[in-house]
Design a protein around this ligand. Sequence first.
Ligand SMILES: Cc1cc2nc3c(=O)[nH]c(=O)nc-3n(C[C@H](O)[C@H](O)[C@H](O)COP(=O)(O)OP(=O)(O)OC[C@H]3O[C@@H](n4cnc5c(N)ncnc54)[C@H](O)[C@@H]3O)c2cc1C
Length: 466
Amino acid sequence: MSKKIVILGAGITGLVAAWRLASKGFDVEVVEKQPLGGGIGGSINHGDFIIDHGIHGVYASRLETIPVVEEMVRTFGQDFLTVEKKTSIYFNGQYLKYPLGVKEIFQALPITTSVKCSMDFVSARLKKRLWGSSDGESFQEWVEDRFGPRLYQIYFGPYVEKVWGIPGSQMSSLWLARRVEELSLISVLKRAILGLLVPSYRDNEMRSLQPLTFLYAPKGSGQYTERVRQAAENAGARISYETEVTRLIMDGRRVTGAEIRKGDFREIRPLDFFISTIPLPSLVKMLESIADSETMDAARKLRYRALVFVNLFINRSQVYRDQWVYYSDPAIPFIRVNEYTNLGPKFSPPGQTVLQCEVSCFTGDDIWSASDQYLAEICLASLENLGLVNRDEVFHSTVARQSTAYPVFDVGCEAKLKRVLGFTDKLEEVFTLGRQGRFEYINMDECVWQATACYAEIAHREEQGP
Ligand SMILES: Cc1cc2nc3c(=O)[nH]c(=O)nc-3n(C[C@H](O)[C@H](O)[C@H](O)COP(=O)(O)OP(=O)(O)OC[C@H]3O[C@@H](n4cnc5c(N)ncnc54)[C@H](O)[C@@H]3O)c2cc1C
């Protein structure tokens, strides 16, 4: 008889695991609490407008994921569009093309500030060289150690606080180890300063730091996750929506069953393997009966930053030329604006476009709890102030909320994460995977990669036998 596997969560991680395991003959059930699958990678289309939870390009974000990305594109994405990446940063009242060139960065700053920043940078380098320094624990220390305090105050400090909701002094330098756009910006700035001091540093060299194109499903990211869902179901996996796991049945450190609930219906599912892709703190809560208090406490302290997506529908064919634009100014409510129309001709109906403003917050705070009308109004007022949109062009708005958009890497979180993963990873025949499951700042390619590795491990254990 085939072994039973319960997978929690039907985001890309859970769906890829389900597809691979069901294709290998395992008896797979995916339990998803929402009425639809796809997770953050799913779409929130409106009428003929294609909209996702933020723009979701498909690409390999590191060398190891290239083979799985190629396989996924071969299997699910033959018709994916190749999009030339166009992005900007609004900084100091100007739009700078991204990736940045030396000229653009210093163009945006008064010359005296540019010179002072460069002197700060040289002095920081000298200090580091003469006295050495340990890498600072906080993001602020990390940046100031490399660039001096001025650039931190001008750019990084306000931006980090706006995105993450905590000051850079409380943000761990650990998140810099994640491959994030901000990290590229740091290396770009470093080269920019070097470029100012050493003219032989060419702009072209810096522009080539970022991938210039990415792939996109023609009907949005949700089309990609939907195709994986279909393949998983075709292979025999069952997906139960609006369903939750209320309790795990334990035999020592092994999970032998899961109590699932859909409305008033409850049932215990016996299982051989258990895969969780839901937020790590939620999984630990289910394991309360066997977790020690320190692990429980550490899990409770792992926080996620939430995003509110405010979509403004506009009677104009295009507002930006870019697909997305960053806003670091704390006076502007959004951290980024996405324009899906600029991904391809069929993303919006002719003559119309949609701007998606990403507003970061914590669940339960004033932004998270604000009415949709209020959120649309603050974003619209800000776009008007920026001279981008007129109020009478906007004919509709929608709002979507994502409670676990980004894991927050505050100072000390590394030890907490180690404690929690140390506990979950020791459970028998239990796997916790994906962006939420491992509390990692990862992209879809890395989720697919983790799901594939989990599949290979389970298949290997089965081949080895008891
Ligand atoms: C704004 C933004 C932009 C991004 N852009 C890109 C990009 O351009 N390219 C890229 O590759 N990646 C991008 N990412 C990252 C990408 O979205 C994630 O890496 C990926 O979607 C995570 O998939 P997942 O399955 O691990 O988690 P999720 O998608 O979060 O899926 C988890 C699932 O578990 C379900 N769930 C939660 N709790 C329970 C429960 N108790 N019981 C049952 N089910 C539960 C959820 O409803 C959800 O469906 C972006 C992320 C964000 C936030």
